[in-house]
Write a protein of this length. Structure first.
Length: 533
């Protein structure tokens, strides 16, 4: 505890244009459990950098990676430095990263919304590039989970990524807690999916090569960090069926038999009810075929080896084209996975659950006319998140899988696997970095004249970095401008020499030049070359 009469002043440095991309570093930021507020003590020595004039429009930063969600805004309450004497404070002289877990009970959300963005954010702060550097970076940060969720079944994953046990805001009572150094603002460039808060759900508009790179960094870090707990041996290969205690596949035995008959592989069933997360990841890593009903465990397909098959099953009335978080992940460039969706199109093969609790798709609370409309509808219309009753009703149905149609999908995928149509891209080529040419070298001019006109011969050398860049086409853009006029001669050439004919005599010209490779332009020469004719 800090003495009650000790003054404390806070400081902040923020970077970014708005709350969705703003990242802030704090010194002596505090959290007051009684009011669930972050507190900033203003004093004469406080640094207040990068704070917009209206930091409440709508917020200074986002506490979660889900963009601009109104329950995930970060604010702080202003207090004068003198009032810091009024509180008993627990001061922690460590570095903290502060964020909200978005939905810690769902594995898709845990990985997609929390852990992958967290790793990316921390390694950016540390300047970490390699896996070893990333692991060292994690040792320097503890986590403050500002959300109101209990620890949850996947809390151990957060513990493994924190230098000490994560501090949960919900566990704090009276004393104000103050962090010597803290960071706010999860990076969002790792996300591949949005959940439909403003428009129907679907893939995010991203450079998916960047997303792949970040996910692969996470996987490699995960394998290194959890290697002893999450074995990644390659002893056997399986065809695997993910099972659930709801959204049940009624004829599991037939599906397993067809999987074995078509693939010739050993069979495994996995579920969170019967297996630990360690066991599930190990089995999936050794799988050549992964089959499961649409659900969170499919996010673990990221641990599959290249050229593995993913078949996602959908209940009656659920269009696979409208719900694609796992398809988007499976088809990220460089993953090299074979993805197919199977959809139940037969009403007779669905077991509806109208008497379920509302959160599991029950519809008895709805007016009879609305219930009937849902029952008669052949497909869930596109909708926003998160409690559309028709979506919940259909997604929590149980399903009898038509073995004939399932077999067709499976055999088509197996044929692709045998033919090797999808290959793993090498990590170095995963992100096709846009390499640009440097400045041209030794630009020179030679003037020759006759009685009427003057010719100007330009010569130069290639940019020095050109020999290190792979390209198909190189051209040079030449600009020649008469001094004190707006007359500009422009030309593109493929050689390192060019002649301008019939220029005026006794004229001063300024010349700029830049190189282009495959349409990517370098910068013009820093200083123009002056040539007098």
């Amino acid at each position: 505890l800090l003495p009650g009469n000790l003054k404390l002043s806070s400081s902040v440095w923020c970077y970014g244009s708005d709350n969705t991309n703003r990242h802030c570093r704090f010194r002596n930021l505090c959290f007051f459990p009684k009011t669930n507020d972050f507190v900033f003590f203003h004093g004469s020595k406080s640094v207040y950098f990068g704070i917009p004039e209206n930091r409440f429009n709508p917020a200074l930063a986002d506490l979660a990676s889900v963009e601009n969600h109104n329950t995930q805004y970060f604010h702080f309450t202003d207090m004068p430095e003198s009032e810091s004497q009024s509180f008993n404070k627990t001061f922690i002289d460590k570095r903290f990263f502060i964020f909200n877990r978005f939905n810690p009970g769902n594995l898709m959300h845990v990985l997609h919304d929390d852990l992958i963005p967290l790793i990316s954010s921390l390694k950016e702060i540390c300047g970490a590039v390699t896996i070893k550097e990333t692991q060292e970076c994690l040792k320097s940060f503890e986590l403050f989970l500002a959300d109101k969720h209990p620890p949850g079944m996947f809390f151990n994953l957060y513990e493994e990524l924190s230098a000490g046990s994560p501090v949960l805001a919900i566990n704090l009572t009276d004393n104000m807690i103050c962090f010597a150094e803290s960071f706010v603002g999860l990076r969002k460039h790792t996300l591949w999916y949005q959940y439909g808060f403003k428009i129907p759900q679907g893939p995010l508009k991203r450079d998916m090569k960047i997303v792949t790179h970040e996910v692969k960094i996470f996987i490699e870090m995960f394998r290194g960090k959890f290697g002893k707990k999450y074995s990644f041996t390659d002893d056997e290969s399986y065809a695997v069926l993910i099972t659930r205690n709801n959204r049940i596949i009624i004829n599991e035995a037939e599906v397993l038999e067809e999987l074995h008959k078509c693939s010739g592989l050993k069979m495994k069933k996995i579920s969170l009810e019967e297996n630990s997360l360690q066991e599930i990841i190990q089995v999936i890593h050794n799988s050549k075929v992964l089959v499961g009903m649409h659900g969170a465990l499919l996010v673990l397909l990221m641990f599959l080896k290249p050229n593995s098959i993913v078949i996602e099953l959908f209940p009656y009335g659920v269009n696979p084209d409208n719900y694609t978080p796992y398809k988007t992940l499976a088809t990220l460039p460089g993953f090299g996975l074979i993805y197919h969706a199977w959809r139940n199109t037969e009403l007779k093969n669905t077991i509806i659950k109208p008497d379920n609790p509302v959160e599991l798709g029950g519809i008895r609370h709805l007016p009879l006319t609305v219930q009937q409309q849902i029952l008669d509808s052949p497909e869930v219309p596109q909708h926003l998140c998160c409690n559309n009753p028709e979506w919940l009703f259909r997604i929590y149905q149980d399903t009898i899988v038509n073995i004939s149609s399932f077999s067709q999908v499976l055999q088509h995928a197996l044929l692709q696997q045998v033919e090797g149509k999808i290959f793993q891209q090498h990590n170095e080529n995963l992100i096709r970095r846009k390499l640009y040419p440097g400045e041209v070298q030794n630009l020179a001019c030679l003037v020759s004249s006759d009685e009427t006109w003057t010719s100007l011969v330009l010569s130069w050398e290639k940019p020095w970095n050109l020999k290190y860049i792979n390209f198909s086409l190189v051209v040079y853009e030449v600009l020649v401008q008469e001094v004190n006029t707006e007359k500009v001669h422009s030309v593109q050439v493929k050689t390192t020499k060019h002649t301008f004919y019939k220029l005026q005599q006794n004229t001063d010209y300024m010349i700029w030049l830049r190189c282009q490779v495959d349409g990517r332009s370098g910068h013009f020469s820093t200083y123009p070359l002056h040539c007098y004719t």
